[in-house]
Design a protein around this ligand. Structure first.
Ligand code: E4P
Length: 220
């Protein structure tokens, strides 16, 4: 499973990259706007930190403009994956960009029917939003499971990226469901490390080691 960081914040990306487990980055207009830099500049900086797929989203709403914007974003760096929303125009732009060899991440997917459209348009990635479905009382992870099953039935190459993940449990469930990628905020990736028995066990190991091999200064 690939782990992506869902952030445009450079400090978070540097900290995550130092762990050696970050395979890529997803951004969206909200995350880019939060950093206050033009998208081209911010995305270029991100590409210098993480060597993997970096999703950059178009903000145009009509297919021809999305294609134009997508081509511009893709020209920034070889690792850029253009993100298009799951609208009629977004799917049209996805089909056109894919025909031109540009990799597209289709975002804002909330149903299996929508995921089928993305696969048929040749999307490189589909992004079902788990947490936002949970927020409205649907089981978001069921959508990930359905998409993985449907794509498997037909051999679609589109990768399933579990997005809008809010907890370590979401990450584990996405892995069990067979999603190829999980994107998560830095906070969630950081939480994946935690287990009280790890802390307790390490404390005991170091204590035992100290008792056996570090004689008190007075005795030396
Ligand atoms: C994914 O590409 C999106 O940027 C992201 O996962 C959305 O997450 P949110 O619902 O927590 O904003």
């Amino acid at each position: 499973m690939k782990f992506f960081l869902d952030t445009a914040n450079l400090d978070e990306l540097k900290r995550g990259a130092a762990w050696g487990i970050v395979d890529g980055v997803t951004t969206n207009p909200t995350l880019i706007a939060r950093e206050g830099n033009p998208i081209e500049d911010q995305v270029r900086l991100i590409c210098g930190i993480v060597d993997g797929d970096i999703s950059a989203e178009v903000v145009s709403t009509e297919a021809p403009a999305m294609v134009k914007e997508g081509l511009k974003l893709a020209a920034i760096h070889k690792n850029i994956v253009v993100k298009c929303p799951l609208t009629r125009d977004g799917i049209e732009a996805t089909a056109e960009l894919s025909r031109r060899g540009i990799r597209v991440n289709v975002t804002l997917c909330f149903s299996a029917a929508q995921a089928l459209l993305a696969a048929k348009a040749g999307a490189y990635i589909i992004s079902p939003f788990v947490g936002r479905l949970d927020d409205i009382g649907s089981v978001g992870m069921d959508l990930v499971r359905d998409i993985v099953k449907i794509y498997g039935n037909y051999g679609y190459k589109t990768q399933v990226l579990a997005a809008s993940l809010r907890s370590p449990l979401h990450v584990v469930e996405a892995a069990l469901a067979g999603a190829q990628i999980a994107t998560m905020p830095f906070k969630v990736m950081d939480m994946l490390f935690n287990h009280p028995l790890t802390d307790k066990g390490l404390e005991q190991f170091l204590k035992d080691w100290g008792k056996a091999f570090q004689a008190p200064a007075a005795v030396r």
